[in-house]
Design a protein around this ligand. Structure first.
Ligand SMILES: Cc1ncc(COP(=O)(O)O)c(C=O)c1O
Length: 315
């Protein structure tokens, strides 16, 4: 195997594993792309690298600069890792009630945590970061929800990798957070084959499944509008916390230790498989299970885990 000059060169090119054993339809294959294999542990390593390289190229970003970003999860962690390697300071705005693993990972990479009210969730963190960025024009606000370098990471990375590895793909299923994954990957795949269908997995309005948001909750990420999300997506399917956890557990039967939003996306893929005659469904697994251990998702009583997930933000 080649030797990489930097861990940043190891971002992307993630493996795909066949999980068709979980498909309810023998004619519908389900393939899982394991983004937890990225060095920072999630799909957001791709986005972090893309946001920073874009700011370096077009925004005059120089080492020593201070960055600010609202993120209760993977983007903050990915950015903290890439910023550390590249020599930037990072302030992450996150709701007070995020899980302990999130904090520990941010602190380990040297990020500074600014707390927003837990009751306001990730939308509250976005609002506070916007206010702080306006008060501190010397800080660089990358803003993944409105930054085209987010979907571009998927248009240039995730999409081509799937097309290379699964040229007979018929459906792409992923959770919807900023919408960067779905729209960037989806646009690339539809350009190659317009018949490829894009399925977005959303939590029920008002409920949270790690990393995902319901567009019905009032905040539409600017990149979603700019990339014509409504037109690009073929279907939205709602998956709640209970099903997400159940399908995350089923993956463990196959030796796959994935985060809870992977369970949500898989539940969407299983629904897709049961509705089509035949096909090859690629599902994106955003991260591994490590950051969710304190949820008890694999070991504790399901009702208790679901209840706990209502009080603490685990993404
Ligand atoms: C665990 C997890 N799942 C899914 C998503 C959704 O991805 P995207 O923001 O590209 O829509 C995220 C985004 O933060 C995430 O952290």
């Amino acid at each position: 195997m080649a030797i990489s000059g930097s861990v940043l060169d190891l971002i992307g090119d993630t493996p795909i594993v066949d999980v068709s054993r979980l498909s309810p339809n023998p004619q519908a294959r389900i393939l899982l792309k394991l983004e937890g294999m990225n060095p920072g542990g999630s799909v957001k390593d791709r986005v972090a690298k893309s946001l920073l390289e874009d700011a370096e190229l077009h925004g005059g970003l120089r080492p020593g600069a201070t960055l600010i970003e609202p993120s209760s999860g993977n983007t903050g962690i990915g950015l903290a890792m890439v910023a550390r390697v590249k020599g930037y300071r990072l302030k992450v705005v996150l709701p007070a009630n995020v899980s302990v693993e999130r904090r520990q990972l941010l602190l380990l990479w040297g990020a500074e945590i600014i707390e927003s009210p837990g009751s306001e969730g990730s939308n509250g963190a976005v609002r506070l970061a916007q206010r702080l960025a306006a008060e501190h024009p010397e800080w660089v606000f990358l803003y993944q929800y409105g930054n085209p370098a987010n979907p571009r990471a998927h248009y240039e990375g995730t999409g081509p990798e799937i097309w290379r590895d699964v040229p007979d793909v018929t459906h792409f299923v992923a959770g919807l957070g900023t919408s960067g994954t779905l729209l960037g990957t989806g646009r690339y795949l539809k350009e190659r084959n317009p018949a490829v269908e894009l399925w977005a997995v959303e939590p029920p309005s008002g409920e949270s499944v790690d990393g995902l948001r319901s567009l019905d909750d009032g905040y539409i990420p600017p990149i979603f509008g700019e990339l014509g999300g409504e037109k690009l997506l073929d279907r939205k399917t709602v998956v709640g916390p209970r099903d997400s956890i159940l399908w995350t557990r089923r993956l463990a039967d196959l030796g796959i230790f994935a985060g809870i939003s992977t369970g949500a996306a898989l539940a969407g893929a299983v629904r897709c498989a049961s509705r089509i005659e035949r096909g090859v469904i690629v599902v994106l697994s955003p991260d591994g299970g490590w950051k969710y251990l304190s949820t008890g998702a694999w070991t504790d009583d399901l009702d208790e885990v679901v209840e706990r997930a209502r009080r603490t933000i685990y993404f």
